[in-house]
Write a protein that binds this ligand. Structure first.
Ligand code: 5GP
Length: 125
């Protein structure tokens, strides 16, 4: 069920619990600003989720309310993960779902990183 991206942050969401280490995840990277881990239901040979450590519901919340340091740290972390995983030369795709039409299910900002094979059309028609 997609979320309403205008809702307040809920610190009981599944990614908040992953950040706090209350539920397990297969982490591939973490730093002061971000954590990256394998998606539990991968849609491509490589399917990583990158999330900021800060409490932001969505890309909308993050872009409006995060500090310049948080934004820079998060964007740099996404780039580091892609490079660390060897995705730059073959290519990869980033996706951030926002709210109902975006199909966002988890109310903590996350960027999907897909790779490992040609990814086809940008959207299903
Ligand atoms: P959204 O639709 O919100 O953009 O994507 C949420 C993603 O989170 C989905 O791809 C889903 O498979 C993933 N996901 C949901 N619960 C868990 C979990 O407990 N652990 C991990 N690693 N991924 C999860």
């Amino acid at each position: 069920m997609p979320i309403d991206a205008t809702q307040p942050y809920d610190d009981q969401n599944i990614f908040a619990k992953i950040l706090r280490g209350e539920i397990p995840s297969r982490r591939v990277y973490e730093d002061e600003w971000a954590v990256a881990f394998h998606d539990i239901a991968p849609l491509a040979p490589v399917h990583i989720l990158v999330i900021p450590r800060g409490a932001y519901v969505s890309w909308d919340d993050f872009s409006a309310n995060a500090s310049a340091e948080e934004i820079a740290g998060f964007v740099r972390a996404v780039g580091i993960v892609a490079r660390d995983l060897g995705l730059v030369a073959p290519g990869y795709r980033l996706l951030a779902n926002v709210g109902g039409h975006g199909g966002q299910e988890v109310p903590h900002l996350h960027v999907h990183m897909f790779g490992g094979q040609p990814l086809g059309a940008m959207l299903a028609r």
